[in-house]
Design a protein around this ligand. Structure first.
Ligand SMILES: NC(=O)c1ccc[n+]([C@@H]2O[C@H](COP(=O)([O-])OP(=O)(O)OC[C@H]3O[C@@H](n4cnc5c(N)ncnc54)[C@H](O)[C@@H]3O)[C@@H](O)[C@H]2O)c1
Ligand SMILES: Cc1ncc(CO)c(C(=O)O)c1O
Length: 311
């Protein structure tokens, strides 16, 4: 029997919701995508069409029977649902309110998974009557293309739920990574360690943004997409790591605040693709073109990476 739920509800249809919903639907799940905002639901319906095309392009396994419906009626969206995935904005107060509200509307057997990027699950569960049913399920963006999900139990999470969620993730052909609870979880801790050093290098004028992107993409990203950091150490030699880390670790940026470079950009209204300028400037049509290039690149890279052995 499949470990997948028959019906699932995704709460929050912003950047992440449509891709999450589409991935589950393609595996055969009946998915209800809910948002508090009508505009968000309209955008999500348009995004879903694009995401379906991407899933077909990566030849993601397709099971019959799945579907996504869109709505702003919460009770209708929760009807019969066995798994709820919370994907509302990353604010503890909002998430706690949403979780308490969801719980008041569902049966005790329903699982709630949160897509938080790093808020501790135990803290989020403090607003709940049954925190044992809450578990972290951190998808990576874009969720329909990155086939890895961090699974994070909180202190109160029912241990049986951990195995159940791992089974669900495997059933739609994603790689589950079980982690102990820690702020930021593993993926974002590693990413933010990289980004902190990158921002310091830019701030100090050591390299241009174009140079930084080329260096990290080819020197680090390309290699790490084939061999993970642990095996990379075996490839490089632990003695080499000892020699380099001995003089380099103390030189690395250790600041604890958001870099001034970023704060200055934000003060100018430069937020990235969403505002038409960010680390780079974009002319008319450039953002759409870049988005397309990124998706095309991710599709090609995923196909290639899926066809080579795990090393
Ligand atoms: N964007 C990313 O790259 C990314 C990656 C991994 C995890 N996440 C996490 O996923 C979650 C969602 O992120 P996002 O980028 O999709 O956010 P988003 O802001 O794009 O979308 C959130 C959606 O939630 C809706 N919403 C707000 N209050 C709601 C409520 N009470 N009930 C239902 N819907 C409500 C909003 O209208 C919006 O459409 C966050 O916890 C975020 O940290 C984001
Ligand atoms: C910079 C950055 N911050 C947070 C997230 C979401 O967890 C991501 C992402 O791509 O998933 C990101 O790039």
């Amino acid at each position: 029997m499949s470990s997948l739920p028959r019906i699932a509800t995704v709460v929050g249809s912003g950047t992440m919701g449509p891709g999450i919903a589409a991935t589950l639907a393609r595996a055969g799940v009946t998915v209800r995508l809910y948002d508090i905002s009508t505009e968000a639901i309209e955008r999500a319906e348009a995004a879903y069409g694009v995401v379906q095309g991407v899933l077909a392009a990566v030849d993601s396994p397709s099971a019959p029977g799945g579907s996504v419906t869109f709505g702003t009626d919460l009770d209708a969206s929760l009807e019969g649902s066995e798994l709820i995935i919370e994907a509302v904005p990353e604010r503890l107060d909002l998430k706690q309110k949403v979780l308490a509200d969801l719980e008041a509307r569902i049966g005790d057997e329903v699982i709630i998974a949160t897509n938080t990027s790093g808020i501790p699950i135990t803290t989020m569960g403090k607003s709940m009557t049954l925190p044992g049913r809450l578990i972290g399920m951190h998808w990576s963006n874009p969720p329909h293309l990155i086939p890895m999900i961090e699974v994070i139990p909180g202190e109160d999470t029912d241990p049986a739920l951990v195995e159940k969620l791992i089974g669900i993730v495997k059933a739609f052909d994603y790689v589950p990574v079980l982690e102990k609870e820690i702020p930021g979880f593993v993926e974002n801790r590693v990413l933010y360690a990289i980004l902190r050093e990158c921002m310091a290098l830019l701030d100090e004028g050591i390299v241009t943004p174009e140079g930084l992107d080329a260096c990290v993409k080819w020197g680090i990203g390309y290699k790490l997409s084939v061999v993970g950091p642990t095996r990379l150490l075996d490839m490089a030699g632990l003695d080499i790591y000892q020699a380099v880390s001995g003089y380099l670790n103390k030189e690395l940026d250790a600041s604890t605040e958001t870099p001034k470079l970023i704060l200055d950009k934000i003060a100018e209204g430069k937020l990235g693709f969403k505002s038409g300028a960010g680390m780079y400037e974009y002319g008319p049509g450039d953002v759409d073109a870049k988005r397309k290039e990124i998706i095309t690149g991710l599709i090609a890279a995923r196909k290639t990476l899926s066809s080579i052995p795990e090393v």
